[in-house]
Design a protein around this ligand. Structure first.
Ligand SMILES: [Ca+2]
Ligand SMILES: [Ca+2]
Length: 243
């Protein structure tokens, strides 16, 4: 019963979102094709694609992670998920997440937020990376055993501001510094977003290693240009009817 209700709520949210975002495109990963082109995975693991148990069919499953807290990320410069967010007209990112198991008793008190990375042309050198993220306290991670939860964040890629200035509610940092660079604008940042992540620990926090098993499904980056990569899949086709 609970599962059915969750599915209905999620579908309603997706349809409502699509109705409010007419003529938008984007890119979508629901794992139904059995591939994971952007290599979405938790904390550098090699996630497997499970054929059932997702929030609709297949989903990405992490192995048993022993990490401070898990981070969901795609590859650097993954096609369709990265690039010039302002030119693409990016408006948001959403994901379905599930905590299958953890021994962290305080897990649901942690933040859960999207984080955009500009690798500054050097994906192999992280110290010069610049990142931005919205209010990290809007959401917390799903509790173990509670099934799938839908998360959605607005990304105001068209914001125009001065040096060091970020849209309301957004934060940034670089390397070991948790302040957005004074010599950089939001437009500079958006010109080359090299990776999208979901973090569950404040950038300037440390945590002890604990155990997690995580799932992800229905990852979507919303933008005005570009093609939907998995439009042929059942769930995407359903969504496309409402675009
Ligand atoms: Ca799926
Ligand atoms: Ca770099």
């Amino acid at each position: 019963m609970k599962r059915t209700l969750m599915t209905v709520i999620t579908l309603t949210m997706v349809l409502a979102m699509s109705a409010g975002a007419l003529a938008q495109n984007g890119i979508y990963e629901d794992f139904e094709s059995g591939s994971n082109d952007a290599n979405w995975r938790w904390s550098g693991s090699s996630d497997t694609i499970e054929p059932t148990g997702g929030n609709g069919g297949a989903y990405g499953l992490s192995p048993l992670l022993d990490v401070p807290t898990p981070t969901l990320r795609c590859d650097y410069d993954a096609v369709g998920w990265t690039g010039d967010f302002a030119a693409m007209g990016v408006t948001g990112f959403s994901a379905d997440l599930m905590t299958i198991e953890t021994n962290n008793a305080y897990w649901t008190l942690y933040p859960c937020f999207v984080l955009l990375v500009n690798h500054m042309g050097t994906p192999d050198y992280i110290d010069d990376d610049v990142y931005v993220y919205p209010n990290p306290d809007m959401f917390q991670p799903p509790a173990a055993g509670d099934g799938w939860a839908n998360y959605s964040w607005d990304i105001p890629s068209d914001f125009v501001g001065g040096y060091g200035e970020l849209p309301a509610g957004w934060n940034g940092g670089t390397g070991g510094n948790t302040t957005f660079p004074e010599d950089m604008t939001w437009e500079d940042m958006m010109t080359n977003v090299g990776r999208v992540e979901i973090r569950t620990l404040y950038p300037d926090y440390a945590a002890i290693f604990q155990l997690y098993v995580m799932g992800s499904d229905n990852l979507e980056l919303y933008y005005e240009s570009g093609a939907v990569a998995t439009e042929e899949t059942t769930f995407s086709s359903l969504k496309a009817m409402f675009r």
